[in-house]
Ligand binder design. Sequence first.
Ligand SMILES: *[C@@H]1O[C@H](CO)[C@@H](O)[C@H](O)[C@H]1NC(C)=O
Ligand SMILES: *[C@@H]1O[C@H](CO)[C@@H](O)[C@H](O)[C@H]1NC(C)=O
Length: 145
Amino acid sequence: DHGSENGWPKHTACNSGGLEVVYQSCDPLQDFGLSIDQCSKQIQSNLNIRFGIILRQDIRKLFLDITLMAKGSSILNYSYPLCEEDQPKFSFCGRRKGEQIYYAGPVNNPGLDVPQGEYQLLLELYNENRATVACANATVTSSEF
Ligand SMILES: *[C@@H]1O[C@H](CO)[C@@H](O)[C@H](O)[C@H]1NC(C)=O
Ligand SMILES: *[C@@H]1O[C@H](CO)[C@@H](O)[C@H](O)[C@H]1NC(C)=O
């Protein structure tokens, strides 16, 4: 069973400091591991994350699309190149299909305060051919302690 019927299990990427991030793979073919260090609703810049996945695609180039929604309305769409041929930003850039990658390190995010509420986040990683490398939807809950 590869989970496409009932969906992959929900995982908690972090839960502390008034912020909870729960995610689920939305790639019907595989699940993956993600955790965020120093979780807090005052998100620090340059967060450290840990991310592990088996590549089903080459990632000569790699892009991240983020969509953020709250209460059914769209708040933000963001697209960010992680690997480009002339300027790879991460050690895993250029890895090939079938390889397992494990990344532990900073993500170069800006700091921000997350207003109290519940948010839906969709994260999609894809390569130069627009093939999905990883996909996750997440629920982010910012609450009082
Ligand atoms: C991901 O999306 C599905 C389908 O919309 C939803 O049922 C599920 O609760 C979401 N998972 C998370 C962790 O937000
Ligand atoms: C984000 O993209 C979706 C789909 O293309 C669009 O409907 C939405 O208005 C966009 N949101 C923002 C904040 O630009």
